[in-house]
Write a protein that binds this ligand. Structure first.
Ligand SMILES: Cc1ncc(COP(=O)(O)O)c(C=O)c1O
Length: 391
């Protein structure tokens, strides 16, 4: 018999749709998939080569549980420089992707019955990890009309004596919103005065458009860094999703516990993959890679936004990440989300239904495919919608 906690664990909606789409493609169906949560661009060669070199040099054994020292050192320097912070290498734990980093943080702070505030729409994994630890996710709906901006007043309304933490994710998956500096500062004040942790998931930090660099609560003050866990990864920025390299920057008093948890769960992030990440931080070519990534995704964002608007679907223009939420609510009068998903698949296009993100009726499209494929995919969506209207 499965444990009660595991019985309640949901399947990952995005990963299961990807599996379904791949199955259809393998059977020969032509599908334009807007489902992927990873860049379609390969990991840069200079990163791969550093990893191969590490393998050849025999860097194939356990590493310190917090990660190899040069990586922790360079990473703390990089975070400190980019976000005006003052982390020491010992505050950084290298882990198996941001996902594992989040799980370590939740495990380190949550007790049974604690509440965690999650602005909605949200990334599917947050509530599942919170529930797995016997705590309760508390959702705060951010209005579509306000571009899904963080509204601290709405957060305040949901705070109780059981509130332990709030998760923020800017740039956000699935909304593409980047929270304003003002909103984050207001939230920071609330969290400081109520002694609530902030978990800041910044794994899309390098994917911002129009020069709108995301603001992090860790940039505010030392006091804020003592209540904030910064979680991020190399996954999205350097197209390294399969490498499983992420990290947590913890408050001083929690750093050792996070490292111990990493040690007791995975021992260490994969040794040679850490050398690839080290190269990503060291190599001057990284700056060019990141700016070309932003340029490519900004163009795709523009195409997706224009084309979806043209076919009459209401959308907010994403400020970052690589997702756009399209509002299909008026097409869901006679159809369930599942039926609409199947209808879209019949027309050769896959998008992720919004319910698992807390956004019923809004479907998530990721723009991890070429501009031509984006245009063709949206043309197919338009045909699918027409067919519903004709039914
Ligand atoms: C918001 C968010 N956080 C964390 C992750 C997980 O990142 P990683 O692949 O580094 O575990 C994802 C991946 O989709 C994500 O969208």
């Amino acid at each position: 018999m499965l444990s009660k906690r595991i019985q309640n664990l949901s399947q990952s909606a995005t990963l299961s749709l990807n599996a379904k789409v791949n199955e259809l493609i393998a059977k020969g169906k032509d599908i334009i998939a807007f489902a992927a949560g990873e860049p379609d661009i390969d990991t840069p060669d200079f990163i791969k080569e550093a990893c191969i070199k590490a393998l050849k040099e025999g860097k194939t054994k356990y590493t310190p549980s917090g990660g190899i020292l040069p990586l922790r050192e360079l990473l703390s320097n990089s975070i400190n420089a980019r976000k005006r912070a003052e982390y020491s290498p010992s505050q950084l734990t290298i882990t198996a992707g941001a996902k594992m980093g989040l799980f370590l943080v939740f495990s380190a702070i949550l007790n049974e019955g604690d509440e965690v505030i999650i602005p909605s729409p949200y990334w599917v994994t947050y509530p599942e990890q919170v529930k797995l630890l016997g705590a309760l996710p508390v959702f705060v709906d951010l209005p579509e009309m306000s571009g899904f901006e963080l509204i601290p007043e709405l957060i305040l309304e949901k705070i109780t004596e059981r509130t332990k933490a709030i998760v923020i994710n800017s740039p956000c998956n699935p909304t593409g919103a980047i929270y304003s500096k003002g909103s984050i500062e207001k939230l920071a004040e609330i969290c400081l005065s109520r002694k609530i942790f902030i978990i800041s998931d910044e794994c899309y930090e390098e994917l911002y458009f129009d020069g709108n660099v995301p603001f992090s609560p860790i940039s505010i003050s030392k006091e804020l860094r003592e209540i904030t866990f910064l979680v991020s990864a190399f996954s999205k920025s350097f197209s390294m999703t399969g490498w499983r390299i992420g990290y947590v920057a913890s408050p001083n008093s929690f750093a050792k516990a996070i490292e111990n948890l990493n040690a007791q769960s995975i021992s260490n992030a994969t040794s040679f993959a850490q050398y690839g990440a080290l190269e990503a931080l060291k190599n001057p070519l990284s700056a060019d890679f990141l700016s070309s990534l932003r340029e490519i995704f900004q163009k795709r964002r523009d195409v997706a936004f224009q084309e979806l608007s043209k076919i009459g679907l209401s959308v907010n223009k994403p400020a970052g990440a690589f997702y756009i939420l399209a509002n299909f609510r008026r097409h869901l009068v006679s159809l369930s989300e599942e039926e609409l998903l199947n209808k879209l698949l019949d027309f050769g296009v896959a998008c992720v239904p919004g319910s698992p993100f807390g956004a019923r009726g809004l479907f998530r499209l990721s723009f991890c495919l070429s501009e031509d494929r984006i245009k063709e995919g949206i043309r197919r969506i338009s045909k699918a919608i027409e067919s519903i209207s004709l039914e």
